[in-house]
Design a protein around this ligand. Structure first.
Ligand code: UDP
Length: 249
C-alpha cells in the first residue's frame, strides 16, 4: 500500500466547488473532475468522508436579506441545498465505481440515511465513501462547523478544507498578488488574525478535539492525493504551527 499520512479523512467541499467560479447550481464537468480526484485518493486505501456545503444553492442569511423569508427558514433551505449537492456527489462517485452512502442531519429518508455516527464509521471501515449532508442539522451555523463536528465524531486524522486558492495567505491573494502563502499555523493564529479560513467555531472545535486542518486547492490535479500522502501542500493548521502570521512568513 502507498505511504499514507492520513488514513481517515474528512473533506469539506463548499457548494462553490461544485459549480463554475461565481456560478450557481451544479456543473457536471466540475463534478466529474472532483470525482476523479476523490477516486484517486480512495485508491490509496484512504477512508474518505465528505461534508458538502450548499452555498451554490442557498445561503440562509443571504436569501433572508431580500425579505419575505425568515432567516431561520433560509438556513433550513440551505441545509436542504446540501442534500441536493450530496446526491450529486454520490452519483458521480458511484458512476466512477466507488461505493458510497449519504447520511443527512436533516431527515429526508426517501433519498438517504440519517446521520448515525457508528453506522458512518462502519461504512468507512468497509471502504464506502460517506457523504454527510444537512450540516449540523441546526440553523445559524455553516457547513464548516458541520465538517469540524463530523471530523471530531468519526475520529478523522485530518480535516481537509478545499478552497479555490492554494491555502491560507497573509492577505487576500485575489485582491493582492504579492500575498504570501503560509505553510504552517497554530489554531490560535488563525482565530486571532481572523484569516477567514473557516468559521471561528469550526477552528475552535478542531483545536479542542485535536483535529489538524489542511487548507488546500482541490482544483489542482493530484493535490489531494499529495496531501493525504503527507506532501507539503497548502497550509497545515495544528497546535505545533506558528503562533502568529508574521512568525509564519
Ligand atoms: N446551514 C445551516 N446549518 C448548518 C449548515 C448549513 O443552517 O449546520 C445553512 C446556512 O444557511 C448556510 C447554508 O446552509 O449558509 C449553506 O451552507 P454553507 O454556507 O456552509 O455552504 P458553503 O459556503 O460551504 O457552500
Amino acid at each position: 500500500m502507498a505511504d499514507i499520512k492520513y488514513h481517515r479523512v474528512l473533506l469539506k467541499i463548499s457548494g462553490e466547488g461544485l459549480c463554475r467560479p461565481g456560478g450557481f447550481g451544479i456543473d457536471a464537468d466540475e463534478l466529474k473532475r472532483i470525482g476523479k480526484e476523490l477516486k484517486s485518493v480512495c485508491e490509496l486505501g484512504v477512508q474518505l468522508a465528505i461534508v458538502v456545503g450548499g452555498g451554490n444553492i442557498v445561503r440562509g442569511r443571504e436569501i433572508a436579506a431580500h425579505g419575505g423569508i425568515e432567516e431561520v427558514t433560509g438556513h433550513y433551505m440551505g441545509m436542504l441545498g446540501t442534500v441536493i449537492n450530496a446526491l450529486a456527489v454520490q452519483d458521480t462517485l458511484e458512476l466512477l465505481g466507488l461505493n458510497t452512502r449519504v447520511q443527512s442531519a436533516v431527515a429526508v429518508d426517501r433519498v438517504c440515511e440519517k446521520f448515525i455516527r457508528r453506522r458512518a464509521i462502519r461504512h468507512l471501515e468497509k471502504g464506502r465513501v460517506v457523504i454527510f449532508a444537512g450540516g449540523t442539522g441546526n440553523p445559524f451555523v455553516t457547513t464548516d462547523t458541520g465538517a469540524a463536528l463530523r471530523a471530531s465524531e468519526i475520529g478523522a486524522d485530518v480535516l481537509l478544507k478545499a478552497t479555490k486558492v492554494d491555502g491560507v495567505y497573509d492577505r487576500d491573494p485575489v485582491q493582492d498578488p504579492t500575498a504570501k502563502l503560509l505553510d504552517h499555523l497554530n489554531y490560535n493564529a488563525v482565530i486571532d488574525a481572523r484569516l477567514e479560513v473557516m468559521d471561528v467555531a469550526a477552528i475552535d472545535m478542531c483545536q479542542r478535539n485535536g483535529v489538524p486542518v489542511v487548507v488546500f486547492n482541490l482544483k489542482r490535479e493530484g493535490n489531494m492525493r499529495d496531501v493525504v500522502q503527507g506532501k507539503p501542500i497548502g497550509t497545515l493548521v495544528d497546535s505545533a504551527g506558528a503562533e502568529n502570521v508574521s512568525a509564519a512568513i
